[in-house]
Design a protein around this ligand. Structure first.
Ligand code: PMP
Length: 391
């Protein structure tokens, strides 16, 4: 039999073993993890909506009306009014004709890509796309061509030499680097080469663009440019689930073909009602976006001045580049010793040699929270072992 224990031990030796921390109480910047009070800089609750009273009230108020469980898949008897209302709200919010609610973003990517591409087709995928996109590509059985991160010229030459159905898929905001895809250029080459463009804006929805409509809206692109828009609801929206938005014909096709939509239990409908309430807040409240993006700019200025290497990101995802796994773990531990929770991200989530601390900001963070992080980073600079810092 395969030696699973040995494989785990090898992982530990390589600094790649992942641990789970048990959180007690609500997910918010000040939390209790592993029994310890910590100030967290690693959640994706970018707008601090995960515990917003209006969203929690919406959940509570919906429960007597909808009950709790999803009971069945959407195509059997699980498709509830509340799901339908959320789909209409999401279509309206994203400026799309139609939308489809999935149980998770992982399932949305797997289901959409494998439904829209198949044997004999070609899928083009950015080298830094999220794991769920990679898995969706594999599941589709289409030919997979990876292009360099954000390299539209490379993509264009690949598209030019490919015949048959072509699907291009990209993160809108890259989950581990925080940068935004060159969406206008991607849309242009897709149009020129008759390729279908799919954008997963998991980290852009709520944060970027007018009224938080995401990176695609920020780039001034419409449904004609980006026919398939995917978003998750467990990040800035603060609840759970995901959606795909686009032309009604495509949504109809996905209902028939996306296996991760068809063969899974519908999410509790009350959660859909809470999500509608959260979208209302996102649309109305620019202050949350201003708060989080204000923290981001101050962090970038001050962390760079401390000598930390950051990525070219203007989003709440602000990785501190470290390089090797042991140093990333040591820096994360040193921050934890100072009361801060910032997770070390290592291969295979990021390329080998590019281990980092993925710092994320939320509108729930205060200026004082950022002071704590910057003070701790100042104290921990020596761990970077960079002679040029002369600490
Ligand atoms: N796409 C991207 C870009 C992501 O970062 C993630 C989650 N980390 C997902 C999809 C998956 O979304 P969910 O957590 O809803 O499954």
């Amino acid at each position: 039999m395969r030696d699973f224990a040995l494989e785990l031990e090898d992982r530990k030796q390589a600094g790649l073993y992942r641990i789970r921390r048990q959180v007690t109480g609500p997910q918010q910047p000040s939390l209790v993890a592993g029994g310890k009070p910590l100030l967290s800089f690693c959640s994706n609750d970018y707008l601090g909506l995960a515990n917003h009273p209006a969203n929690m009230d919406a959940l509570r108020n919906a429960l007597p009306e909808t009950g709790l469980g999803g009971a069945s898949s959407h195509l059997i008897c699980g498709h509830h009014d509340a799901h339908h209302r959320l789909e209409q709200r999401l279509a309206d919010f994203t400026g799309r004709s139609s939308a489809l609610f999935f149980s998770t973003g992982y399932m949305a990517n797997m289901g959409v890509i494998s439904a829209l591409a198949g044997r004999g087709d070609t899928v083009f995928s950015d080298r830094l796309n999220h794991a769920s996109i990679i898995d969706g590509c594999i599941l589709s059985r289409a030919r997979i061509r990876r292009y360099g991160h954000g390299d539209v010229a490379a993509l264009e030459s690949m598209l030019a030499e490919t015949t048959g159905h072509k699907l291009v898929v990209t993160d809108g905001v890259f989950s581990m680097d925080g940068d935004v895809a060159p969406l206008a250029d991607l849309a242009r080459v897709c149009r020129a080469h008759d390729a279908l463009l799919v954008v997963d804006d998991a980290h852009g929805i709520g944060v970027l663009g007018p009224q938080g409509r995401g990176s695609v809206a920020e780039s001034g692109l419409s449904e004609a440019d980006v026919p398939v828009l995917i978003g998750t609801l467990g990040k800035a929206v603060g609840t759970s689930g995901a959606f795909v938005a686009g032309p009604a014909l495509l949504m109809d096709y996905l209902v028939q073909k996306a296996r991760t939509y068809i063969y899974t239990t519908a999410m509790p409908p009350a959660l859909a009602s809470a999500t509608c309430a959260s979208i209302d807040l996102i649309e109305r409240d620019d202050a949350r976006r201003e708060q989080v993006l204000g923290l981001v700019s101050r962090f970038r200025r001050e962390a760079s001045a401390l000598g930390y290497e950051l990525m070219d990101s203007r989003t709440p995802i602000q990785p501190i580049m470290v390089g090797d796994n042991p140093t990333a773990l040591a820096l994360s531990q040193a921050l934890e010793d100072r009361g801060l929770l910032v997770s070390a991200i290592r291969p295979p989530t990021v390329p080998v040699g590019e281990a980092r601390l993925r710092v994320t900001f939320s509108a729930g963070h205060s200026r004082e929270d950022l002071d704590c992080l910057l003070n701790a980073l100042s104290e921990c600079r020596h761990l970077l072992q960079r002679p040029d810092l002369a600490i």
